[in-house]
Every structure is written in structure tokens, then in C-alpha cells.
Design a protein around this ligand. Sequence first.
Ligand SMILES: Nc1ncnc2c1ncn2[C@@H]1O[C@H](COP(=O)(O)OP(=O)(O)OP(=O)(O)O)[C@@H](O)[C@H]1O
Ligand SMILES: [Mg+2]
Length: 346
Amino acid sequence: MQAGLARDFLEAVPMPLMLVGTDQRVLAANRAVSDLFGVAIEGRSCSAFLRHPAFLTGLEECLSGQGKRSARITLSGNTQDTHLSVTYAPVEHEGGPSVLVALEDLTALEQAVAMRRDFVANVSHELRTPLTALVGFIETLRGAARDDPNARDRFLGIMEREAGRMIRLVNDLLSLSRVEAEERRRPAKAVDILALLRTALVTQQEAAKAGGIALTLTADSDVVNLPGDADQLTQVFHNLLENAMKYGGSGKDVTVRVSEIEREPVLKGPAVQVEVIDRGEGIDPLHLPRLTERFYRVDTHRSREQGGTGLGLAIVKHIVNRHRGRLRIDSELGKGSRFIVILPKG
Ligand SMILES: Nc1ncnc2c1ncn2[C@@H]1O[C@H](COP(=O)(O)OP(=O)(O)OP(=O)(O)O)[C@@H](O)[C@H]1O
Ligand SMILES: [Mg+2]
């Protein structure tokens, strides 16, 4: 094949491809390869931009006439590793032998596999803790505490709490997978977000009173309509209000502020902003990027103690995504947190 034609062929394929000659120099490469390595590589020797032993071995073997070869290599980067699957195929180029090298970036796939593995491990771990407690108390009730009515009552109370935790976890998991399944379908029904928030506040009022917290709502208007799923939005604000009260600390007030934005820069249109503000301990900026991940908690022990599953904000994020909205978190250690939900109006 001629050089110009070869380049046209390579350029027509979306995956990274390059043609390498007998001296290991790159004869032609498509743009996907330069994007992958961040430099132009035509005319350069392979070892100059990809000094990976397994990569060079496969190339040498194929160049020396051993037929098709393949290799799996991992390149370590500053922020993340890149996993590549490489295949080498002997081809004839301008009358001489050369090798067509195809690189497939498996990083996203590997990340998805790792995420699924972590998820299963997390769920198993979260379920195992209460189950172990239950089994332990059943044993005690059958043995040592058999004829002790006081101990029995106490242990049954703990068992009820642990079973409740498992039910909450399963419910949260189901609700997360439901929201994920629906995420592409944008809700269309009109919802009065202010009425919805008022109801949510009434429901939380008792818990607030118990913690000595004044829970208040402020808004510029009386009715604010937007397309939404009322049940899911209710879930969002219950989650945020619960968090604000739980982590905001007793005796510290929680405020919900609703305002309308004429043109939200990111959503590029009119939007409604709901802020849930607490004056609690705040969150270290270190944790902010990971806060909406499933099972991520700043203080796992404390969250569990309070019956949390660590799925609340993950559910919030997915529901907000389904509404094509934004979730922002402003927080300062020692001063409090502000969870901002921005929802498009049309
Ligand atoms: N208002 C807040 N102030 C300080 N930390 C917060 C606040 N909201 C959330 N967090 C932190 O973020 C973590 C994740 O919150 P998320 O709602 O996802 O889980 P959770 O509250 O622990 O459990 P669940 O919501 O299932 O009851 C919490 O464990 C807590 O560490
Ligand atoms: Mg929560």
C-alpha cells in the first residue's frame, strides 16, 4: 500500500491505529493515536513515546515474522492509569514488511467493572454488619439471656433496630435502581415545588422540634411550578432536610430558601433554586467531590450509628440528573453547609 493511501485508511477508522516499519519507526498514524499519547508520533521510534516492555516485545515478535500478536499494557498517568489492549498484525507497506498496531482503550470498561465489584462488596458489607448482630443476639436469647426478661427486652429492641436498618438499605437500593432506570425519561408533569416543600417541612417538623431546631422556609413567590416528579422531588428534599438536621447539630437552625433565576448560566434558561442551609460542623472540601457516591460517608461509624445507609445523596444526585438539574454543595468547616438544588423551569 502507498503511504498516502495508508494514512487515509488509518484516518477513516475511529480507534487508535498506527503503521510501524522494520526499524520500529512510525510510518503513519491516525489522529486517535496522537490524541491518546498527546503528541504527534509520525516518524518517531516507538520506544520514544511508549517505553513499555510488553508493548515492545509484541512489536518485535510481529516484525520478526512471528505472525499476529497481542498485549495488554497499563500506562500510569498523573491522575489515572490507562489500560490498553494492543494487537499487532503483519502487513505489507510500500513493498516492505511492516506492522499495523491497533490500540484499544479499556480504561472506561475496567472502571465500570471495578465500580460494580466495589458496589457488590459495599452492599455485602453493609448487610453483613446488622445480620451478624442479629445472629449474635438470637444466640444470646437462646442461651445466657433465656430467662432474663430485662435482657430479652433490650436485645429485642436492638434486633428491631438492626432489622430496620436492613429494610432501609434494601429500600434505598431499590429506589436507587428505579431512579437510575428512569434517568433518561425526563419528568413532564407540573409540580408546585413550594407546596411540595411546605409539606416536606411539616413532615420533618416533629424531628426538628425534638432536636431543638427551628426549621423555616423562605420564598419570593407563592407558587412556583416546574416540570417534575413529585414523589422523587419529595425524596430529594427529605434527604437533604434529614442530613441538615442530622449533621447540622441539635439547636442549630435549618433554613430552606427558594428563589427563581431568570437565566441559569449552565442550564441556559429559567430555573428554580432551592437551598437547604444548616449551621452545623460543615464538610472538609476534601470530601466534597465524593459525597454523592454510593455509600460514601465522612464518618462511617457515626452515620451508621444514626441509621444512615450512605445512599441518600446518591439518590438525590440521580433524581436531580433526571430533572436535568444541578446539585451544588457549598460548605465550610465549622460554619455549616448549603446544599443547592437547581431545577430547570421549562
Ligand atoms: N448537611 C451536612 N453537613 C455535614 N455533613 C453532611 C451533610 N449532609 C451530608 N453529609 C455527609 O455526607 C455523607 C453522605 O450523606 P448521605 O445522605 O448520602 O448518607 P447518610 O446521611 O449517611 O445516610 P442516609 O441518607 O441513607 O440516611 C454523610 O454521611 C455525612 O458525612
Ligand atoms: Mg442522608
